[in-house]
Write a protein that binds this ligand. Structure first.
Ligand SMILES: [Zn+2]
Length: 574
């Protein structure tokens, strides 16, 4: 009898356990899910045999997902997911939204999104509009915080400046500095001048001018060198401001459907903000902070070389990568080429030491087990970086497993494509640049070299993992915009296709923002596809990217993110 009692208890207990463990925290139903759990397409982009693709049409391969403890517990049909719904399960009706693996933005500068949003843009505003814009800004931020605006045109306002006395009345409690478009002048309000200690008795510095009216009263306008009297007094942003700016960027990214951001070039001040947000559990998405291998960032560099890369993959803040800078940009003719620039004979660009590439720091970081993401734009820049990796691997074979990256890989010499695959180098590229840089990119390098430009198809054909990003804030970080550029190789509202032979299919494009980007971080077993056991990171959208990309890619630009889910939690909802 005693035995029976205990068996009964045991059975009850285990039943209870089984039920507990089967009930999901969250279940998503009525979705059109593309899991990406089938095989990679061919190197030409033809979908794999086991892809849900028939007669030229993609079919979503699941309709429901169950989530437990932040992980995917089940993927399948609406009917079968019912088994996971318990009393406390949160059921989300996706209302036929498309769900793809959580998108990964693999190269950007998060704080720049916030900085751009906070600076008041005065370009093309009239005098009244300038005052209005500053007044509006003052309503959004705490009193006493400095308002910085820029972009008023010194040439246009030369004889009739906006009325700063009026501005001082409307905005009395925030110090204001408004810098001119061409760097020849600055205006401000009364409070800013008071804080800077500028009175009607102040003498202008060399070659500068402090404007006054007929009675000798300040007009709050400073010309030429005198502008420094004010600008030098603008305090550095406080920690709270820096934190707010970073959060703005992260929130913007999650509203764009990204569940992970790779921040390419983190300085000490950024890392402090990230560590604080992480500690307080406030990071809305996963962040991979790439440490900037710059001399002015040497404290952070040394600290992490000593500490070594993040070991715990589930931490929302990952520090596993260093960002280094090998050559300049193509637009400014800084990118380094084997032959002269086509539009500047005798000039080949700058690279290596002259551009701030510190080989010793980079090697130390690699010795400490960090992945490298090295910026290279020109064909010589790319070749040198491939040589650098190759030489390092000769002594350190195991480092090759880290899937080191080249950022941009913009113009590659035909002989060097195969080396990306051979050396296991990930090409991190911007679809937006490929169309926005045209046609001046062709001016810089000529038609022939341009064929090796933004050449993601050629790279893929050479067994390279290609990942996509926007390098924001320079380019629009929207996934839909990136996908449109990658698939069409066209500018918005423009029919001209630039090197269409390099275009990706919609499937390849989605993979470059998902599973291939996960692979680039050695996390393809944790995320990048929707499969049991992986992180519950998803992006809900209102369009069928895979089919539209094939049939009507212009429509991609109208896509909307409906929901972003990270670790099983909704972090953005339309
Ligand atoms: Zn960048």
């Amino acid at each position: 009898m005693k035995n029976v009692f205990w068996i009964l208890i045991a059975v009850l207990f285990s039943c209870n356990n089984v039920q507990e463990s089967n009930n999901a925290d969250t279940v998503i139903t009525s979705a059109k899910v593309y899991t990406l759990s089938w095989d990679n397409p061919s190197l030409e982009g033809i979908p794999a045999e086991n892809a849900p693709f028939k007669d030229g049409i993609w079919q979503p391969d699941a309709e429901a997902i169950a989530i437990k403890n932040g992980l995917i517990q089940f993927v399948g049909s609406n009917e079968d997911v019912q088994n996971y719904i318990g009393e406390n399960t949160n059921v989300i009706d996706a209302k036929n939204a498309f769900i793809v693996p959580g998108l990964i933005e693999s190269h950007g500068h998060v704080q720049e999104i916030g900085e751009k949003a906070e600076a008041v843009n005065l370009i093309d505003l009239s005098a009244e509009e300038i005052i209005e814009a500053i007044y509006n800004r003052s309503q959004e931020i705490p009193e006493d915080e400095w308002i910085i605006g820029s972009g008023w045109d010194e040439a246009i306002f030369a004889n009739d400046y906006p009325d700063m006395v009026e501005l001082s009345k409307k905005v009395p409690n925030h110090p204001v500095v408004l810098n001119g478009l061409r760097g020849f002048g600055a205006m401000g309000n009364q409070l800013a001048f008071e804080k800077a200690g500028i009175t009607n008795k102040t003498e202008a510095t060399d070659g500068g001018e402090i404007l006054k009216d007929n009675q000798g009263n300040l007009k709050y306008v400073l010309l030429n060198q005198a502008k420094n009297l004010l600008n030098d007094k603008v305090p550095e942003r406080t920690f709270e401001q820096k934190s707010r700016i970073m959060m703005y960027g992260l929130d913007e990214l999650n509203s764009l459907g990204f569940t992970t951001a790779h921040h390419a070039g983190v300085l000490g001040e950024h890392m402090k903000v990230y560590e604080d947000l992480h500690l307080k559990n406030k990071l809305p998405i996963r962040v991979h902070a790439f440490i900037a291998a710059r001399m002015h960032n040497i404290d952070l560099v040394n600290k992490w070389i000593e500490r070594g890369p993040t070991k715990n993959d589930t931490s929302f803040l990952q520090v596993k990568t260093f960002k280094a800078y090998y050559d300049g940009s193509l637009g400014s003719r800084g990118a380094n080429f084997i032959e002269d620039y086509s539009d500047m004979p005798g000039h080949k660009g700058v690279s290596s030491k002259d551009y701030g590439f510190h080989e010793d720091i980079v090697k130390k970081a690699m010795d400490a087990g960090f992945q490298l993401a090295i910026h290279a734009i020109g064909d010589k820049g790319n070749r040198d970086v491939l040589d650098f990796y190759n030489n390092y691997f000769k002594e350190n074979q195991e480092s090759k497993e880290l899937r080191h990256r080249i950022e941009h890989a913009q113009i590659v010499h035909p002989d060097d494509f195969k080396r990306f695959g051979e050396l296991n180098i990930v090409a991190s590229m911007e679809p937006g640049h490929a169309v926005e840089d045209m046609p001046w990119a062709i001016d810089r390098v000529g038609e022939e070299r341009a064929k090796g430009g933004y050449a993601w198809r050629t790279l893929r054909k050479n067994n390279t993992t290609v990942i996509f990003n926007a390098d924001y804030s320079g380019t629009d970080p929207s996934f839909f915009y990136g996908a449109y550029c990658a698939i069409t190789k066209q500018k918005r509202d423009d029919d001209k296709q630039w090197f269409p032979e390099q275009a990706f299919t919609s499937e390849e494009t989605l993979r470059a923002y998902a599973i291939w980007a996960a692979y680039a971080s050695n996390q393809e077993n944790l995320t990048g596809t929707i499969e049991k056991g992986k992180w519950a990171d998803f992006t809900f959208m209102d369009i069928d990217v895979l089919n539209l990309g094939n049939t009507n890619p212009n429509q991609l630009l109208n896509g909307k993110i409906l929901k972003t889910m990270v670790n099983g939690n909704v972090v953005f909802e339309q």
